[in-house]
Design a protein around this ligand. Structure first.
Ligand code: ADP
Ligand code: MG
Length: 339
């Protein structure tokens, strides 16, 4: 007799959760991205104990109908693409239909949702991938997801988490990037019952920077706003007063998605050459819009690294745009280049 078995769905989901859901912060990222894809204009996020004991995401998006309440938790179940052809035209943050299945496999999750067309909402409660309750209930238009006891049934993964404080910091970083990348959405973020920040959602990036980083940063920003035929760059770089000894306050969004790219970091830093001391790094928040054909698509679930087809071209565009903006602001003191 052969010894190879096909694993049951629950086990498959638990294994898949390992790829998509590294930590509570990844859950929050997936849930908020779903809210954004659902067209929400207001998103509120709460986490307790580093997100391990409690996460709640509330949105005013389009909601989920009764028929789709369980389907949303099936693996490879998505409303965002229909077929292979759609993979070439993805304009949503999600499309793999993996997040909810993975999250439900390793936590206790309650989903309450209502669409504007329906009078009444619905509620589903799933524990470790097993549906315990599905019923109609009254709730506002939109979706409320509450998650408790992350990794309660995968102790090995629970053990690998960092301290609650550290996990809380990861969540705050994710929330900052989500708010900075979506200035049109109003975010409210609470950690351990304390409001960390809230944003207005009026489209003003500088206002979001103020909500997150405060006055000192906002008073030392230089605006970037340049448009060439293939690339538009908008956002802010910080002058030498707010340069830091690490790169923690550098955020890049390409076509609305938070990404990392060494070429762009290098281009911004090169633009600051001789304007800030060598061992300091500039603050920046840049939104870039490029034709998707300039990007080497990499569809790995959590890959935030992006590669451009012609990195040199992008380097030059970013370098000149930032350098021109910095030099047009006279208050920047020039520091002797020690190199
Ligand atoms: P994906 O986002 O890749 O489609 P998910 O597992 O994250 O996969 O979500 C599955 C489906 O559940 C989505 O395609 C969407 O139809 C629905 N869904 C999830 N979250 C929300 C939400 N906040 N509002 C409306 N629909 C949602
Ligand atoms: Mg999703």
């Amino acid at each position: 007799m052969g010894i190879i078995r096909i694993l049951d769905d629950n086990t498959i989901n638990k294994i898949a959760a390992g790829e998509v859901i590294e930590k509570p912060a990844s859950i929050i990222k997936e849930l908020v991205e779903n809210s954004i894809d659902a067209g929400a204009t207001e998103i509120s996020v709460e986490a307790k104990n580093g997100g391990i004991s409690y996460i709640r995401v509330v949105d005013n998006g389009k909601g989920i109908q009764y028929e789709d309440m369980d389907k949303a938790f099936l693996r490879h179940a998505t409303s965002k693409i229909c077929s292979e052809v759609d993979l070439n035209y993805i304009n949503t943050l999600g499309f793999r239909g993996e997040a909810l299945a993975s999250i439900a496999a390793i936590s206790k999750i309650e989903l309450m949702s209502k669409t504007a067309e329906n009078e009444i909402g619905n509620r589903i409660y799933i524990e470790g991938g097993v549906t315990k309750v599905k019923e109609q209930c009254g709730c506002p238009d939109g979706t409320i997801i509450t998650i408790k006891d992350v990794f309660f049934n995968t102790p090995a993964r629970l053990k690998f988490l960092k301290s609650e404080t550290r996990e809380g910091i990861y969540i705050t970083e994710i929330m900052q990037n989500l708010a900075l990348s979506n200035p049109n959405i109003s975010f409210k973020y609470k950690l351990n019952d304390k409001l960390v920040f809230s944003t207005k959602g009026d489209g003003d990036i500088k206002a979001v920077v103020f909500c997150i980083y405060g006055n000192q940063v906002v008073n030392n920003l230089i605006e970037i706003n340049s448009s060439k035929e293939f690339i538009t760059i908008k956002g802010y770089v910080g002058n030498s007063n707010i340069a830091k000894s690490n790169r923690n306050s550098q955020s890049l969004f390409v076509n609305g998605r938070y990404v990392k790219n060494k070429t762009i970091t290098a281009a911004v830093e090169a633009a600051f050459k001789s304007l800030i001391t060598i061992n300091k790094f500039p603050f920046y928040i840049l939104h870039m819009y490029v034709n998707p054909e300039f990007i080497d698509v990499n569809v790995h679930p959590s890959k935030a690294e992006i590669k451009f087809q012609d990195e040199q071209l992008i380097f030059k565009a970013v370098y000149h745009s930032v350098r021109d903006s910095i030099l047009s602001v006279s208050s920047i003191p020039k520091i002797e280049d020690k190199q």
